[in-house]
Design a binder for this molecule. Structure first.
Ligand SMILES: [Zn+2]
Length: 184
């Protein structure tokens, strides 16, 4: 017997082309035949019906973590909005995570299954937009000896003392304080 990793399922064929029952593969026998749970224990899957196929659902679950306050917001078929807490996340061997929520049937399931229109979010997330950076002032056309500098930081002009100082069009320009005495 070979242990199964919980990611494979047996799809059975039902009559009249209807989808048949699905059973999780719990182990493989030494011939590689899937073993499922029968009413008295593990049985060969083929003993319970005609197997349509064995499918791999997703990467095996390797762990689970609490929902952490995440919510899923979705629209149902009638367009009504719902917000449901994520109860837990299953973590899969490939690094993906599946949000679990309680569905209308009362069973805990993949919160997104069957949903086209949903959003998973955390109420603590901030959606406030960052203030756009201040648009730099246009070049005054005079500083940097009359040559427009490549960068706004080059907008320097000679002050009255002959020292280079930031032009009023420089992004870091600080207007002189009124109390400050102007040097003549
Ligand atoms: Zn300037």
């Amino acid at each position: 017997m070979i242990p199964a990793n919980g990611a494979q399922y047996v799809n059975y064929t039902a009559d009249q082309g209807l989808p048949g029952p699905i059973r999780q593969v719990l182990a493989w026998d030494n011939d590689g035949h899937p073993m499922v749970l029968g009413s008295h224990g593990l049985v060969r899957a083929a003993d319970l019906g005609l197997i349509e196929r064995v499918r791999q659902d997703q990467a095996a679950v390797v762990g689970a973590v609490p929902g952490g306050g995440w919510l899923i917001k979705y629209k149902d078929d009638e367009g009504a909005k719902h917000v449901v807490p994520i109860l837990a996340w299953t973590v899969h061997a490939d690094g993906s995570a599946t949000p679990l929520a309680t569905g209308q049937d009362g069973l805990t399931n993949d919160a997104t299954s069957g949903l086209d229109d949903y959003r998973i979010y955390h109420p603590d997330e901030s959606y406030t937009r960052q203030e756009p950076p201040a648009v730099s002032k246009p070049w005054c056309g005079e500083c940097n000896y009359g040559q427009e500098p490549t960068f706004a930081a080059g907008r320097m002009r000679e002050g009255d003392t002959g020292r280079l100082e930031k032009c009023h069009c420089h992004p870091g320009y600080v207007p002189p304080q009124p109390a400050q005495e102007a040097t003549a």
